[in-house]
Design a protein around this ligand. Structure first.
Ligand SMILES: Cc1cc2nc3c(=O)[nH]c(=O)nc-3n(C[C@H](O)[C@H](O)[C@H](O)COP(=O)(O)O)c2cc1C
Length: 140
């Protein structure tokens, strides 16, 4: 069965990267320019942290994620979003993932804090396996 790929962004602290690389499926790093310029060939999932700065205009969406989502086909093929955040950010918890969900109409599939717990990883794997089954016959 084809595995739905996960495209992720992770900062220098690498918490999302750690989680992504343990999912046991194809994952692509949006910190890589070639990845950012590509267009997923079929259904894909976004995994993003949130980064609120002191700037009131900042919407917590990492810039590489914003750029990747510029392509209409990329947006159309997005099937869901997973978010990593930190509850210390209160009202801004998961701001980036939730904003993309609102704007795209795609569901938040899963939210976790920091690099996630072993349980978080297991749950994310299950959710993605369900997507594999659902999208195994879908083209573009
Ligand atoms: C400067 C800064 C701003 C952050 N802003 C938010 C935020 O607005 N909402 C949230 O849920 N988490 C926020 N976080 C937490 C990160 O999203 C979280 O730690 C995530 O796991 C980081 O993933 P990464 O290490 O792969 O970049 C922030 C962290 C930092 C360092």
């Amino acid at each position: 069965m084809v595995q739905v790929p996960v495209y992720y962004f992770s900062s220098g602290s690498g918490m999302v990267k750690l989680f992504a690389t343990r999912l046991g499926r194809p994952v692509f790093d949006l910190g890589n320019r070639h990845v950012r310029r590509s267009v997923p060939e079929g259904p894909w999932v976004l995994l993003t942290p949130s980064y609120k700065t002191g700037n009131p205009d900042n919407d917590a969406l990492p810039e590489p994620v914003r750029r990747f989502l510029r392509h209409p086909l990329t947006r159309r093929r997005l099937v869901g979003i997973m978010g990593s955040g930190n509850r210390n950010f209160g009202a801004h918890y998961q701001a980036a993932a939730r904003q993309i969900a609102r704007a795209s109409g795609r569901p938040i599939l899963f939210e976790f804090e920091l690099q996630g717990t072993p349980w978080d990883l297991e749950r994310a794997r299950e959710i993605l396996a369900e997507l594999d089954a659902r999208y195994s016959h879908v083209e573009g």
